[in-house]
Design a binder for this molecule. Structure first.
Ligand SMILES: [Zn+2]
Length: 466
């Protein structure tokens, strides 16, 4: 058996790991690489393998850096099956179409520029039609239900506690004249005690571990501290008459914020200001959350049992906004308010309009609730650059920018090592992926100290015989 590391190797985006076994090609994840526009475009368009040669795709969860290049895979000739949980498939239905829309818009913008230089137009990486076509390839499987996905390969999804539907991928592989090999892929590992979702499933014993390392060298703030800070910042900003803009990923983070605000509102701990979720994707995704109570933890189930707040994702002063007109109307809104809008790194979507209107006024606040990749508008805000460019125009940054770290959906160093620790000594190999070089190396050291043999941090394109 061989494993090719083709993406998310010493970086956090573009997850793609290819397993070659029994003459078949099993791809784990087909993520979109996010970064500088031109580099991202080239890397995403040119898949590092022949799409038609891939037999099976196993998808751990719906985040775009894990799923976002699936429509391109299908556009390029993939004919196999995509295995995922039910919630992952439903989230992909909303997210891949949204991603296609972004690809189409991006290319329209680039082509306008190219036309002025009399250059021929370029094609989007994929279109909405490609995204819809890719949905036909999904076969959904519940947690803890082993299914054969290729000759000699059995796959079981275990709850990863990271986002709705997220899974650890456990592969039991029989090769002729070999003993069984068990491959455990963490996908993205969640955290204990996070709202809405269950805790990650303990790691089953395995021979080969492929583990993410996003926060392999860091510890998170506790979630309660995050909620306290959220409450304090909304209180302070709104009492000054300012608005709070929260750029948020439409999936997971937005629902978590809404659920937090709902609970704070119920206990009277929130100023009485209107709250808007302005993102058509977030609205669609929240519908998917409502469809999958089988993924909720005990807390949400209890919350739902109290009849008058049976919907964890809806309450009186919260409004979900889908239409462009209603979104634009928010620009003229007087007085304090909270606006949650996508995208999470401020690179696309409506949040850019809200930021454009908000950041020049010192009464307002921008709350950053997730990690911001280099070269993104979100990162420039975190760095408190005095002037930032939005839609090609420069704006002075006068609003307060605050970061809340406790909302991460990823396990931190202790979470990752605590999860992998019990199985570390029994491994044959461990591969550390999905992390920048420093956290990946730090996690690899941690695994070695726990007794894991043959720990590697693969580079892009590395192949291992295991
Ligand atoms: Zn993720």
């Amino acid at each position: 058996m061989k494993i090719h590391f083709l993406g998310a190797a010493q970086t956090v985006t573009g997850s793609q790991h290819l397993i070659l076994v029994n003459g078949r090609r099993v791809l784990l994840e087909c993520g979109l690489f996010q970064g500088k526009r031109r580099e991202a475009f080239e890397r995403n368009r040119n898949l590092p393998f022949d799409a038609a040669s891939i037999d099976v795709l196993v998808l751990s969860h719906a985040h775009i850096d894990h799923s976002g290049n699936i429509p391109n895979l299908v556009r390029n000739g993939f004919r196999g099956t995509i295995y995922s949980t039910f919630a992952t498939r439903d989230l992909c239905s909303a997210m891949l179409r949204d991603s296609a829309h972004i690809q189409e818009q991006d290319v329209a913008y680039v082509n306008k520029k190219r036309a002025r230089k009399e250059q021929p137009p370029v094609e989007p990486i994929y279109t909405t039609d490609d995204a819809i076509a890719s949905l036909e390839h999904f076969v959904s499987v519940g947690y803890n239900r082993p299914v054969p996905i290729a000759p000699g390969v059995r796959c079981t999804f275990l709850d990863a506690g990271h986002i709705l539907g997220s899974a650890l991928v456990f592969l039991e592989i029989e090769e002729s004249d070999h003993e069984q090999t068990r491959v455990l892929f963490s996908g993205d590992l969640g955290r204990d005690d996070m709202p809405i979702l269950r805790d990650p499933t303990p790691a089953p014993e395995a021979d080969i571990l492929i583990i993410e390392s996003t926060y392999g060298d860091r510890l998170h703030k506790m979630h309660e501290e995050a909620e306290k800070k959220l409450r304090r910042l909304i209180g302070e900003t709104c009492s000054d008459g300012g608005k709070v803009v929260i750029p948020s990923f439409a999936v997971g983070r937005t629902q978590e914020l809404v659920y937090s605000l709902h609970r704070l509102a119920n206990t009277g701990l929130l100023p009485d200001v209107p709250i808007f979720v302005d993102s058509p994707l977030a609205v669609n995704v929240t519908e998917v959350f409502r469809l999958h109570p089988e993924c909720y933890d005990e807390d949400v189930r209890d919350f739902m049992n109290h009849s008058h707040h049976s919907d964890p994702f809806g309450f009186e002063r919260l409004r979900y906004i889908r239409s462009v007109e209603a979104s634009k109307a928010l620009n003229d809104l007087q007085g304090p308010a909270v606006i949650i809008s996508a995208s999470g790194m401020c690179e696309a979507g409506r949040v850019q309009h809200h930021l454009k209107h908000a950041i020049t006024d010192p009464r307002n606040a921008v709350l950053i609730v997730s990690w911001q990749a280099p070269y993104t508008l979100g990162r420039r805000l975190v760095e408190q650059q005095p002037v930032v460019k939005i839609f090609g125009e420069e704006f002075p940054l006068r609003a307060r920018v605050e970061t809340i770290n406790g909302y991460s959906a990823h396990a931190d160093r202790n979470g990752l090592l605590g999860w992998a620790g019990p199985i570390a000594r029994g491994l044959r190999h461990a591969f550390v992926v999905h992390g920048d070089p420093a956290p990946a190396a730090a996690l690899a050291d941690g695994l070695r100290q726990l007794g894991a043999p043959n720990v590697a941090v693969p580079e892009q394109g590395d192949v291992f015989q295991v």
